[in-house]
Design a protein around this ligand. Structure first.
Ligand SMILES: Nc1nc2c(ncn2[C@@H]2O[C@H](COP(=O)(O)OP(=O)(O)OP(=O)(O)O)[C@@H](O)[C@H]2O)c(=O)[nH]1
Ligand SMILES: [Mg+2]
Length: 256
């Protein structure tokens, strides 16, 4: 049964990929699956979109999918958003807001919100990413659960960590406390079509100026109007791939 799935995976059967992702998300046969799929033929560019609930991660992911396709790259989206009581569960919303053309086999979108609960999925994020990378996608885009301790762990599993903030959320200090700014490779002030974006941008720049590490680019972006989306794609594409990232991804579960 698993052997057959793995064979279909090697033949790039998307249903097999979907089934294997579900198994791993539920913590079933993870080692057998990792062993069976083999190493990726080429590294993917793995990008995480993280930020608080409702900051626009799913909407922006849809825009980045478009950018990837415009550049001729195949892309896989793993949406691990929580079944937020605020949104009543984002499962449907994610499909809705990521308008991949159904006939475009360069795009694969999988929501894992329902698989074993958010904690479980977050724990197995490494192997889930590794599966998508081995399948051969050029870009793997991960929508992670909102700001929290998990995000700093996500950093090691991805090449580019994109932190989304938005104007007037009233939790201006939250991202500083969480240390998220320090691990972000790109900071997006999202919903820049709304008032207050400049103020948040100024706060972020002031905070980054005080920190020791290399400053992450700060970009104002609106998925709604499309403003800044291309600049964001360029910033993501310009980041070097993280050395050793793929191995870290593969072994993430064993080492935890
Ligand atoms: N004004 C404005 N609203 C936006 C923008 N992008 C998304 N939104 C709205 O923000 C709300 C949340 O968007 P989502 O993309 O679901 O946000 P999310 O971060 O994925 O949400 P969760 O997965 O539930 O944490 C929706 O009502 C969107 O229409 C934007 O650029 N500008
Ligand atoms: Mg979402």
């Amino acid at each position: 049964m698993l052997d057959e799935l793995l064979q279909r995976f090697q033949r790039r059967d998307r249903n097999a990929l979907a089934r294997l992702l579900s198994l791993v998300a539920h913590g079933e046969r993870v080692d057998d699956i990792l062993h069976g799929i083999g190493a990726p033929a080429k590294p993917a560019r793995v990008v995480a979109l993280t930020g608080g609930g409702g900051v626009g991660k799913s909407t922006l992911a849809g825009k980045l999918v478009e950018q990837a396709r415009l550049h001729g790259l195949t892309v896989c989206v793993l949406a691990c958003d929580p079944q937020s009581p605020l949104t009543g569960g984002a499962l449907l919303g994610d499909r809705f807001r990521m308008p991949a053309r159904p006939d475009d086999d360069g795009v694969f979108i999988r929501s894992l919100a329902a698989a074993g609960g958010r904690g479980a999925v977050a724990e197995r994020l490494g192997p889930l990413i590794y599966l998508c990378e081995s399948f051969g996608f050029d870009v793997v885009l991960v929508e992670t659960v909102g700001a929290g301790q998990g995000d700093t762990a996500v950093h090691a599993l991805v090449d580019v960590l994109v932190l989304l903030l938005q104007p007037e959320t009233g939790d201006d200090l939250q991202w500083e406390k969480a240390g998220l700014l320090e691990v972000a490779d790109v900071v997006v002030v999202h919903k820049a079509d709304m008032p207050g974006a400049e103020r948040v941008e100024a706060q972020v720049l002031a905070t980054l100026a005080l920190s020791a590490g290399a400053a992450a680019p700060v970009l104002r972006v609106s998925a709604r109007t499309g403003a800044g989306v291309e600049a964001l794609w360029s910033a993501i594409a310009a980041r070097p791939l993280r050395r050793g990232r793929s191995d870290a991804t593969r072994s993430a579960e064993k080492n935890r």
